[in-house]
Ligand binder design. Structure first.
Ligand SMILES: *[C@@H]1O[C@H](CO)[C@@H](O)[C@H](O)[C@H]1NC(C)=O
Length: 286
């Protein structure tokens, strides 16, 4: 018999520890009933499995969507998504953060569907003070319709990082010194939606949505948000939570370079047609 089990005190401590770990795990995993509101779609958005799963569906008359109950100024946000399988042409699933108002800030993941067997496009963008147009698009190194994968946003005063399964795919650093606004003062909510954009989403609108396949469904689970929910922006800026200081270590930088070399399919920074006078200032700043 192991020595530990013979000591009732140690056994008690072990049991207590595992119960606490379990509770911490549950708190982190989140619950859609507690964390979000389904805001549109007339019943097309559904919370299932005791709040662990949320499905959004789309048909010819409507898509659907939800938003977080809390607003955050800085934080780390994870969502697991399983995208519309098969012929998903024209459909767009999203997971993004946004503030309110016309000079709003926004951090976007959008998943552009495709014809059966053709790859999804993962589209990212960052808006600051109402100014966007900072698109980077990627292919994934897996089929995002087969299983759940984790898509994350880290947002702190130094940078915004987009992650896929823990691999950083894009970093947008604070370049306010070059005159480019960085999201710093407007709290954001987390949003997700499934909608139709057949006019442009797939192969520039050449491949339309096949409505005979409707309803289309995307699934969300494992939502975890840890961010500053205080209405006091100065207090959030002083927060000493780990995500406030998180930087890419050298392994993370290597992974980022790997994705930016092998999986990027569009980068506004290198779009000389859009920017004949040279890329926007944040692209070249060191
Ligand atoms: C869809 O597949 C085609 C052909 O592989 C590809 O060119 C395109 O980028 C894919 N994604 C979208 C959203 O059109």
């Amino acid at each position: 018999m192991p020595a530990m089990a013979s000591d009732p005190k140690k056994t008690f401590v072990l049991v207590l520890c595992s119960v606490l770990l379990m509770l911490a795990g549950l708190a982190r995993a989140g619950n859609f009933y507690q964390d979000v509101d389904i805001t549109w779609g007339g019943g097309r958005g559904k919370v299932l499995d005791n709040g662990q799963l949320l499905t959004l569906s789309l048909d010819r008359s409507s898509g659907s969507g939800f938003q977080s109950k809390s607003q955050y100024l800085y934080g780390r946000f994870d969502m697991q998504l399983k995208l519309v399988p098969g012929n998903s042409a024209g459909t767009v699933a999203t997971f993004y953060l946004s503030s309110q108002g016309s000079l709003h800030d926004e951090i976007d993941f959008e998943f552009l569907g495709n014809a059966s067997g053709e790859p999804y496009t993962v589209h990212t963008n960052v808006y600051s003070q109402g100014q966007g147009g900072r698109e980077q698009q990627f292919r994934m190194w897996f089929d995002p319709t087969k299983d759940f994968h984790t898509y994350s946003v880290l947002w702190n005063p130094n940078h915004i990082v987009f992650y896929v399964d823990g691999t950083p795919i894009r970093e947008f650093r604070d370049r306010e010194a070059t005159g480019v606004a960085f999201p710093k003062s407007q709290p954001m909510r987390v949003y997700a939606s499934l909608w139709d954009a057949e006019e442009w989403a797939t192969q520039g609108g050449r491949v339309r949505t096949d409505w005979s396949q409707a309803p289309f469904t995307a699934s969300y689970q494992g939502y975890a948000a840890s961010g500053c929910t205080s209405p006091d922006a100065a207090a959030c800026a002083r927060s000493n939570s780990p995500w406030m200081y998180q930087e890419l270590d050298s392994a993370g930088q290597d992974r980022l370079r790997w994705v930016q070399t092998n999986y990027i399919i569009y980068n506004y920074c290198t779009d000389t047609w859009r920017f004949p006078q040279g890329p926007p200032p944040e692209c070249s700043a060191k």
